[in-house]
Design a protein around this ligand. Structure first.
Ligand code: GTR
Length: 461
């Protein structure tokens, strides 16, 4: 809902909790809350503040070379060796102070743009369903989040299992509006622009016919039964999926005062990732949610944002990337299907403007997507794929997993080395895992069964 805060719909909701309470979001591990012009300050791991980034890395990131001056290499960039001074991180501490912030700084600079700032006094309202929903199995909450006094409102829809609170939770962006994720007349219809291909939409507006049209992709009742809460928000509440040059997140919360209002402050994937962290700000304060077990699930373009969000924000317990493909979980080098040459011209708004410089020579990029995966470690990561999804290219996602996986044991999460391309329907790996199901590009209830199985396998570890 991009328009102004709407009057609460009293009908259908008896309880309005915490009306107008303010969430002070002063710090977010993994992002920067202070104005600064070095990318290194956006980079931190759990418990590592930006000030602990190696000064040499900070200096290097502040004056990175122009794209044309980068060297070309068909080999995947090394996991542990720095770009800045070619030194290998030999300890977890060196990873956290040198290589990790460097990788994130390189992604910021050349690919996604710098992380927007964390709002200081977000306004939040919540409406709770008067009685349990889904045959008594769940409570529905609708949060309205306003990051600053003049920003649009982000609507977050949450279903929480009544039988399992505080509940572990899957958070994810949706493509066409919250009302598409379940056929529940109490969910407000999305009022802003939606793409033509959204089912039931007319002239880029949602209609009653759109209700529940993506329900199979969210499997809310099934997840509730499995004991998980599900929370979702429309990615268009953060930035419409259009190359229109507009982006309120970057305009209001751009990484620094100096670059605010300028396109180079970041792209749409970055704004979407930031929105996931704003939802997290709210969810960690919900007493019915287990704040230590909030997972991100993202499909396709939303999977790209899910990976970036988890890389930036160490409060997320783990992430499921479903068929995120090019500029998601799959490495670019050697990739089939969609590549940098096709994704950037088609979706220029997803990325920082500088990323256009890699279309002619993608092998100049000093990072590849296995390094984005490595930023998730030591938290659990599942890379889910589908055999016929040639555009996303599962074998390239597998190569990415194989290349990233040594960082998990390096950071204290041993697991058997991943080598052979896994058979279909086999969940392979432990803290970094891979799954491939038969079929094409989608999210199915069977996929969710794998996601919940994977997440649950980490609860007692
Ligand atoms: C495609 C795009 C992919 C993927 C997909 C989706 O058009 O080329 O990168 O993001 O859309 O989001 O479903």
């Amino acid at each position: 809902m991009r328009t102004v805060l709407r009057t609460m719909l009293a009908l259908g909701w008896s309880v309005v909790l915490g009306l107008g309470f303010v969430v002070a979001c002063s710090s977010e591990p993994g992002t920067n809350n202070t104005n600064s012009n070095t990318n290194a300050n956006n980079s931190s791991d759990a418990g590592t503040s930006s000030s602990s980034v190696d000064p040499a890395i900070q200096t290097c990131l502040a004056s990175l070379p122009e794209v044309a001056k980068l060297s070309v290499s068909a080999e995947l960039p090394l996991l542990l060796q720095t770009f800045c001074d070619q030194k290998e991180a030999k300890t977890p501490e060196e990873w956290r102070r040198r290589r990790r912030p460097e990788i994130l700084g390189l992604f910021d600079h050349y690919v996604y743009g710098m992380a927007p700032q964390v709002p200081k006094d977000m306004k939040v309202e919540v409406e709770v369903s008067p009685k349990p929903e889904l045959d008594g199995a769940a409570i529905r909450k609708i949060y309205r989040i306003q990051p600053d006094a003049s920003s649009p409102v982000i609507e977050l829809l949450v279903y929480i299992p009544t039988a399992n609170t505080p509940a572990p939770l899957f958070l994810g962006l949706n493509f066409f509006g919250n009302h598409t994720t379940l056929d529940d007349p109490a969910i407000p219809l999305e009022t802003s622009w939606v793409p033509d291909r959204a089912e039931g939409a007319e002239e880029n507006r949602a209609t009653e016919k759109s209700r529940g049209t993506s329900a199979g992709r969210w499997a809310i009742a099934q997840n509730i039964k499995a004991g998980f809460a599900v929370a979702t928000l429309y990615h268009g509440d953060l930035d419409l999926d259009q190359p229109d040059g507009k982006n309120w997140v970057h305009e209001r919360f751009g990484a620094t005062e100096a670059i605010r209002n300028k396109p180079e402050s970041g792209g749409t994937i970055n704004a979407w990732a930031w929105g996931l962290s704003r939802a997290l700000d709210v969810l960690v304060k919900d007493k019915d949610v287990d704040a230590t077990n909030i997972w991100v699930m993202g499909h396709s373009r939303n999977g790209k944002a899910a990976l970036l969000a988890t890389a930036r924000d160490s409060r997320f317990a783990g992430v499921i990337s479903n068929q995120s493909g090019s500029m998601g979980a799959a490495v670019n080098r050697g990739k089939q299907g969609e590549t940098i040459k096709t994704i950037q011209p088609f979706f220029p708004h997803w990325f920082h403007d500088r990323f256009a410089g890699f279309v002619e020579e993608p092998n100049r990029l000093p990072v590849d997507q296995h390094l984005l995966l490595a930023l998730i470690a030591p938290r659990p990561l599942l890379v889910a794929t589908a055999t016929s999804d040639d555009w996303a290219d599962p074998p390239s996602a597998w190569r990415s997993v194989v290349a990233a996986q040594p960082i998990w044991p390096f950071l204290g999460k041993p697991q058997p080395a991943l080598k052979d391309y896994p058979k279909e329907k086999t969940l392979t790996g432990k803290d970094i895992a891979f799954h491939r199901r038969p079929g094409g590009h989608s999210v199915t209830p069977d996929d969710w069964a794998v996601f919940t199985q994977f997440a649950a396998s980490h609860f007692s570890r």
